[in-house]
Design a protein around this ligand. Structure first.
Ligand SMILES: [Zn+2]
Length: 191
């Protein structure tokens, strides 16, 4: 199916700036291409035809954000990340859940162990996504910590792993937890 767009709908003059225009990409194009806000699109004009040739996904900035998140976690909770562990393999929608969980675990342990060590220090083994759910593997802790971890995992079951919005576990292909928007995006990419 070929769809024609009017230049006037795509380009918009910027008041007081004769050299530049705003370029509005129709949402259906973004969705069909899997483009998201923040992607860089290189546009060329050949034979008077507009060709959106190359999409430079902002992988760098995503991976920088991930590195910064992990560094922040390890710096804030050195006792929990004291030994080599299997990484934090979840998308950014769940990062706040992990940070909150780590904060609660460490402050509980610090409080319990004020006089002497009654609760073994929690040491992270691996944080990952499996079957659409958050998995927080660790050594140490007590029944209270087990409850905190179960609560965080249950919280993740109801929040989109991509953006953190309310969501649910989706089947069909890889089992993932998504909000309606990211579920629809994945479905559209299957076609
Ligand atoms: Zn989402």
């Amino acid at each position: 199916m070929t769809k024609t767009y009017l230049a006037a709908d795509l380009f918009q003059d910027i008041e007081g700036d004769p050299d530049h225009v705003l370029f509005n990409i129709p949402p259906e194009i973004c969705q069909s291409q899997g483009w998201v806000e923040g992607d860089t699109i290189s546009i060329v004009v050949e034979d008077d035809k507009l060709i959106m040739k190359k999409i430079v996904k902002q992988e760098d900035s995503e991976s920088n954000k991930y590195d910064a998140f992990v560094a922040r976690l390890e710096a804030a909770y050195p006792k929990m990340f004291a030994v080599p562990y299997g990484g934090v393999c979840v998308d950014s929608g769940w990062w706040p859940i992990i940070e909150t969980l780590c904060a609660n675990i460490q402050s509980y342990i610090n409080w319990k162990n004020k006089e002497s060590e009654v609760v073994p220090q929690v040491v992270v083994a691996q944080i990952k996504e499996k079957f659409g759910g958050l998995r927080f593997y660790y050594d140490g802790g007590d029944a209270m910590i087990t409850g905190m971890v179960r609560m965080a995992e249950a919280w993740a079951d109801h929040h989109c792993e991509t953006c953190g919005a309310p969501g649910k576990t989706r089947h069909g292909g890889w089992i993932k937890t998504f909000c309606d928007t990211h579920h629809a995006l994945r479905e559209s990419r299957k076609q």
